[in-house]
Structures are given as structure tokens and as C-alpha cells.
Design a protein around this ligand. Structure first.
Ligand code: SF4
Ligand code: SF4
Ligand code: SF4
Length: 238
């Protein structure tokens, strides 16, 4: 698809969906602006990829917690090999919604199925989604997956919802409570960033290019990543 085709698709889909939403709700306010106006402590998920042993417990816990069809996954993994033999290393990175502070998916969604919570995560109203694919076209991290809903057969978008049903009750997201190596954490954004920066200082003794990813990208990410190697080695990071 060319850039022109892509723009036309987004414009067309957005317009069609917006008309549907307007008829249904009578309101089409900027969901992102509304959320930004709310008060709330900014929270974050922290993924320490240097601790991950890729057992996929978080992925399975997420599927169970969110009643996902077996083939749908909110958490995927990327694998990267670095170095030159005999000094080679293998790295893993969690690929899931990065919860951009400035989230283009929220701006493009014609039916407000995507919206920002006061804690900064990008939430998904699965019922409202019409599966138009607009979010998929604009996500810089290639996260949204459009798939048919198993019972109705209607196209729907699948992505991490930050376990909204848990965090609004003051609980941790499922992936942050199941990791066997404590690679996943959840807490106030500033605390998670500080924890990540301290961890990276230690990692740099062995991996000089270790870094924290997410401090500045898209105005700051709700999913912070600890990487042992530069971000440009990972296929879904920008
Ligand atoms: S990573 Fe993609 S789906 Fe997630 S908030 Fe950012 S733009 Fe939206
Ligand atoms: S696929 Fe769903 S969530 Fe994505 S833009 Fe379309 S309606 Fe919104
Ligand atoms: S925060 Fe919840 S929905 Fe998101 S990946 Fe973790 S378990 Fe899944």
C-alpha cells in the first residue's frame, strides 16, 4: 500500500466510523484531551528484559486474565542476536502496547474505542471497536492486531489493555504478578524510571550499551523497557 493509499484509507475509515459513532452516541469529543485533563498519578509497567528467561508465563497469565482466544496474544517477544563469534549474545524483548503518552491510535480511532486513562495507559473498549484498522496503520510500534471475534465473527482489534479492570481496583496487572524472575514490575512512572536507571548502571558493567527505553519516545511510554543492547537492534522499536 502506498503512502497515498494509506492516508486515503485512514481518512476514509475514520470518516465512516466517525459517522457511525456520532449517530450512536451523539458525541465525538477528543478522548485523549479529556483524559489528559483528568487528575491521576502517572503509572508504568517496567519490563526488565535482562531478567526475562522467556518462559512466557506473563503471556499466558495475560490470556487467562483477559479471556483471550487461544491464538490472540497481547504479549509477544522479539529475539535478537548480537556480536561476532566467539563473543555472541542472545537477547529478548517484550513486544506489546507501549502505552504512548502521545498515542496516535487514540487520535485516529473514529469510535473512541481507544482512550487514555488518568494513569496514562491506553485503554481499549473492545465492544466499541469496529475493526477498521486505523490504529494499526498509525501505531509506530506495530502493536494492534485485527482479528475476527470468535463468537460474532466481527473484526476487532486486540492489544494490551493495561488490565484496566485490575488497576482501577488498585491491583497490579496480571503480567506483573506472575513473572517467575520479577522481570515485570508496575508502579508510579517516576519510581519505575528510577528503578530502571539504577538497574542499567549495574548492567553496564557487563553490557556497556544497556539502556532504558521509553523515557522520551512518544512523549514517554507507559511500558518502560530495560535493554542490554541498543534499541535500534530490535525490530519493533523506533
Ligand atoms: S504502542 Fe501503538 S497501540 Fe499502544 S498506545 Fe502507542 S500507538 Fe497506541
Ligand atoms: S480498529 Fe477498533 S480500536 Fe482501532 S481505530 Fe478502528 S475502531 Fe478504533
Ligand atoms: S498489562 Fe494486562 S493486558 Fe497488558 S500485557 Fe500485562 S496482563 Fe496483558
Amino acid at each position: 500500500m502506498t503512502k497515498m493509499d494509506r492516508r486515503a484509507f485512514i481518512k476514509c475509515s475514520a470518516a465512516a466510523g466517525a459517522a457511525t459513532a456520532f449517530a450512536a452516541t451523539g458525541v465525538l469529543a477528543g478522548a485523549q484531551e479529556t483524559a489528559r485533563g483528568q487528575q491521576g498519578q502517572r503509572m508504568a509497567l517496567l519490563m526488565d528484559n535482562s531478567l526475562c528467561v522467556n518462559c512466557q508465563s506473563c503471556r499466558v497469565a495475560c490470556q487467562n486474565e483477559n479471556s483471550l482466544p487461544i491464538k490472540e496474544k497481547y504479549i509477544r517477544f522479539d529475539y535478537v542476536d548480537s556480536g561476532t563469534w566467539p563473543n555472541v549474545s542472545h537477547h529478548v524483548n517484550r513486544h506489546s502496547c507501549q502505552h504512548c503518552a502521545d498515542a496516535p491510535c487514540v487520535d485516529i480511532c473514529p469510535v473512541e474505542a481507544l482512550f487514555k486513562g488518568p494513569e496514562g495507559f491506553t485503554h481499549l473498549d473492545f465492544e466499541a471497536c469496529i475493526g477498521c484498522g486505523g490504529c494499526q496503520m498509525v501505531c509506530p510500534f506495530d502493536v494492534p492486531v485485527i482479528s475476527d471475534e470468535p463468537v460474532s465473527g466481527e473484526p476487532k482489534m486486540y492489544k494490551c489493555t493495561a488490565c484496566r479492570h485490575l488497576i482501577t481496583e488498585g491491583k497490579k496487572p496480571a503480567c506483573a504478578t506472575t513473572c517467575i524472575t520479577n522481570a515485570v514490575d508496575y508502579g508510579p512512572w517516576d519510581e519505575m524510571l528510577s528503578k530502571a536507571e539504577k538497574r542499567v548502571e549495574v548492567l553496564r558493567e557487563q553490557y556497556p550499551q544497556a539502556n532504558v527505553y521509553g523515557k522520551t519516545q512518544q512523549d514517554g511510554l507507559g511500558l518502560l523497557l530495560i535493554l542490554r543492547t541498543p534499541a535500534d537492534e530490535y525490530p519493533h522499536l523506533i
